[in-house]
Design a protein around this ligand. Sequence first.
Ligand code: ADP
Ligand code: SF4
Length: 691
Amino acid sequence: MSAESRYDILLEPVKIGPVTARNRFYQVPHCTGMGYRDPTALAHMRGVKAEGGWAVVCTEQVEFHWSAEITPFIELRLWDDRDIPMLARMAEHIHAHGALAGLELCYNGLHSPNFYSREVPMGPTGLPVASFSYEPLQGRTMDKQDIRNLRRWHRAAALRARQAGFDLIYVYGGHALNILHHFLSHEFNQRTDEYGGSLENRTRLLKELLTDTREAVGDTCAVPCRLSVDELRGGAGLEKAETEDMIGLVAEIPDLWDVCLASWENDSMSSRFGEEGGQEPFISGVKKLTTKPVLGVGRYTSPDRMVSIVRKGIVDMIGCARPSIADPFLPNKVAEGRLEDIRECIGCNICVSGDFTMSPIRCTQNPTMGEEWRRGWHPERIRPKESEKPVLIVGAGPAGLEAAQALGKRGYEVTLAERETELGGRVARECRLPGLAAWGRVRDYRAEQLHKLPNVSLYLDSRLDAETVLEFGCPRVVIATGARWRGDGVGRHWTAPVPLDGGAQVLTPDDLMAERWPEGARVTVWDDDHYYMASVLAELLADRGYETTYVTPASEASTWSRNTMEQHFAQARLLEKGVRIEAFRNLSRIAPGVVATSCVHTGQTDEAEADAVVLVTARTPADEIAAELARQRERWADAGLEAVDTIGDALAPATIAHAVYAGRRYAEELDGPPVSPDEVPFKRELAELIA
Ligand code: ADP
Ligand code: SF4
């Protein structure tokens, strides 16, 4: 069977009510951290996905009434007619490339603190607001008039969505964060009227909103319904059997079923904690309940897996959020038989961190994500070279690899020199750690691209120094030599070295990644980094049989990974593996066999026996070559050297996403118009002042 015919099934059109999707690739609604603040940037980003072949491209959640808004999160709004133009712009960009535009109407109810509108939140039952933090406020119980109002607002919003040009208008009850979920849930819905109690009663509002929306816009627009099939909390939350019964009650009313898991962290589980297609056992029963098309997500990047779930009758369409972020051109690459060019999502959830930090979406694999309009970057195109001057890149980590492939595609002569015998830098090391195998895709995609570029010469096992760089005689030099983990304890808490008595056994993540293991049985991991590294290493040590204690000055393990929705999973995994977690404690001294810590609140100290301490703190940029070249400035002209730029971790250690972005930025800006630090280098939208 030829490669083309094998994937043809993914390219078949699918009828969704009154509209037809051109293929089975469906970009489900996903947050972006841009929303109402960056509408044009958002419109361009969605338009690029349509250009890349997605049949349906959806918005993030669109708050359709001011009485349920989730400030400080930045989503879209459709509160009145004045919000229509920014949504219309997005629909135009999606239509310009032949895709259908979908809009997800959302009323967050008991999930909305309403810090902006200051309205009293409401839900089926007056309960504390259940957002991502413990807000000190409660919602009130809706009366019948409130329910009638809600139905009227939803209907008005559906009409506005159609006016804005959208082809699919959602009734959204997924992810345990909106009013429909609250009505369906026996936990949140404690009503005794016809909207509470029995399964039928709890489904009543869903049925009404579906019917209202079909009546309002169903002649021209499809009405998908998005529901969570399971909350993965056993009987405490909604479970598959119950939701399947609910779906059965309204099975034929929507035009499409978009089924997911709740809460959001279960649905968008990172690759560290969940496999591709982890949702399949939960969503596989939905198709037998309805004749309407069904779709689900599962971080699908493998076209074979996609074909298989369609053939098995689990879904009709492939729902994707993250795979469409990492590669907006995934559908076109499948259609063109260019599977090796797919930039596969690594499941790191850095994209999700955009929403949680209220900043424009970014992606580890796709550095152009969110920059399509702001900086004019495109995931598949980059302007041709504007000079014949070659470039030498030192270091083939994420920064050097991305710079090399992007410059190579521009047509520059590029030499990439790497000290090690393999590509990838930190990614090559980190993808061997527990749960991080998929991160190797950052290297794999770029290595594949480099192979196709005859103008990029790759030298492995080639350690350069300032002298060899000068001898090389290349006008442009990029230093992308990465960073080393510090062994002196300097980090956020200690900005000077931690008191360390001679003879104590101290290791860093670099030691463990190089398989230099602690001697003895008891190991303390000090986390002053707060992202994934310390918890991954504690897990690794526990797996190797060490009695492991994890000490952090924060309130919990890996606290920054709240932004990637991994914190809860990381903490659970450590506890399950028998790692002792000591929160709110500072490291105060390391001595042979002993580690002293103190309470961050009271200062009260304690000592514990430890054979070794692993310090997960700050990193030192490996910028020696750049520093030496700066000292030898007078030799540059003779060597033909014109510019030295340091990028990625070698400049300032950060995430892998930062390093890939730095590589891309260098490649985008080379020979471009001069970038003045006195001017804003990206486009932004400013609020229109009202008279
Ligand atoms: P980044 O995240 O900024 O890309 P990494 O640490 O992942 O940084 O990658 C840096 C790469 O540079 C590593 O693969 C490392 O082996 C390589 N490297 C460091 N010093 C040299 C050197 N002197 N010559 C060649 N390669 C080097
Ligand atoms: Fe995938 Fe990570 Fe990109 Fe999100 S940021 S789309 S999880 S690679």
